[in-house]
Write a protein that binds this ligand. Structure first.
Ligand SMILES: Cc1cc2nc3c(=O)[nH]c(=O)nc-3n(C[C@H](O)[C@H](O)[C@H](O)COP(=O)(O)OP(=O)(O)OC[C@H]3O[C@@H](n4cnc5c(N)ncnc54)[C@H](O)[C@@H]3O)c2cc1C
Length: 316
């Protein structure tokens, strides 16, 4: 879409340059598809282009992973196979979430190669798969403000509603830090869409810490991320009560990608599947996997029980 109200494109990463009528430009996949009036009655006048930022896309240390806001979905997708995390696959099971979350971004290669982690968080759609990933791994957003100020905010608090977030006008999302503590947990992922390879209607991530705690992050079904923390793996009733308390009916999202009632039902179903998967011994084949992108083959095949009758051989 033409943005014919734009008077200037300014290459900068300095929030001091921001003024009313400006928008940060990252991959542009939202800005150039929604147009000049995407964010209100007043048209956008300038784009502050983050393309000149020379922030390293991904930094890996013992403390975890830092994603620059300008890291593209394609760069993130490449991470699990990259030298940056070589040898960490067994230590950081949380890496297994990266590809299913990128895959949940059902879009063309053009969008994958241009759109950024930061742009996804700042667009703040319920179906934002980078929101799911970063919230599910207890990500912390680093935010720069005018006058050289900076602050940090959990990603679960950054996104506050459908298309809404906690950024003040002019604030710039600089990076997202995924802590090693979350990456070392066992994880489970479930996603459902109303159509084959459609936009996420429900996306849940579970994390089972070595200390026994279970964290469940609900996204896409709800207008904003919702996190439930249990001191141990709950039983089915406890989990269901936890969901009742954490998510009022009005928080379930309602759009063409799913009715709130369906999203609610599927949230309970997928949460129970995740509970079952993480309650089972590591490596056990999950009882049920609804949805896509989390194939049971990921788990070691289960040895058939001794009582399994032998398969009769056909006569030659
Ligand atoms: C075919 C198609 C399919 C899509 N599917 C999905 C989907 O499944 N789920 C989904 O969530 N979205 C989807 N989108 C929307 C969009 O592509 C994504 O949300 C994308 O991640 C936006 O990133 P971007 O870098 O292109 O953002 P941009 O278009 O550059 O910016 C988007 C918004 O974020 C602001 N912004 C960007 N970076 C920063 C920053 N660092 N600090 C502060 N503000 C910033 C911009 O000012 C603007 O308001 C889709 C789009 C298309 C065209």
């Amino acid at each position: 879409m033409d943005m014919n109200t734009i008077e200037a494109v300014v290459p900068t990463t300095d929030p001091a340059e921001w003024r009313a009528g400006d928008a940060w430009l990252a991959g542009g996949t939202v800005l150039f598809s929604y147009g000049s009036y995407a964010f209100g009655a007043e048209p956008l006048r300038r784009l502050l282009d983050l393309g000149s930022a020379d922030w390293p896309a991904i930094t890996v240390t013992e403390n975890g992973i830092e994603l620059a806001a300008t890291c593209t979905v394609a760069e993130l997708y490449a991470l699990p196979d990259s030298a940056q995390v070589a040898g960490r696959a067994g230590v950081w099971p949380g890496l297994d979430l990266i590809r299913p979350c990128c895959d949940s971004f059902v879009a063309s290669f053009k969008v994958w190669n241009m759109s950024t982690v930061g742009g996804n968080l700042c667009t703040s759609l319920p179906a934002g798969p980078m929101i799911s990933l970063c919230a599910g791994l207890d990500g912390t957003a680093g935010i720069l403000g005018p006058g050289g100020s900076s602050r940090e905010l959990p990603v679960t608090d950054l996104v506050t509603g459908d298309g809404q977030n906690a950024l003040a006008p002019g604030e710039l999302l600089r990076s997202i830090r995924l802590p090693a503590a979350a990456l070392t947990a066992r994880v489970a992922f479930r996603r459902l869409s109303l159509s084959n390879l459609g936009r996420s209607g429900v996306l849940l991530i579970g994390r089972h810490e070595a200390g026994g705690q279970l964290t469940l992050t609900v996204t896409a079904a709800t207008k904003r991320p919702v996190q439930l923390r249990f001191a141990h793996v709950p039983d089915a009733t406890e989990l269901s009560h936890g969901l009742d308390e954490a998510i009022p009916d009005t928080l379930y999202h309602d759009d063409i990608h799913g009715l709130p009632e369906w999203r609610r039902d599927m949230t309970y179903r997928l949460a129970e599947e995740i509970r079952g998967e993480l309650a089972a011994p590591e490596g056990a084949r999950p009882g049920a996997v609804s949805g896509d992108f989390w194939p049971p083959e990921r788990h070691a095949p289960r040895t058939p029980p001794a009582s399994t009758p032998p398969v009769p051989k056909k006569d030659a």
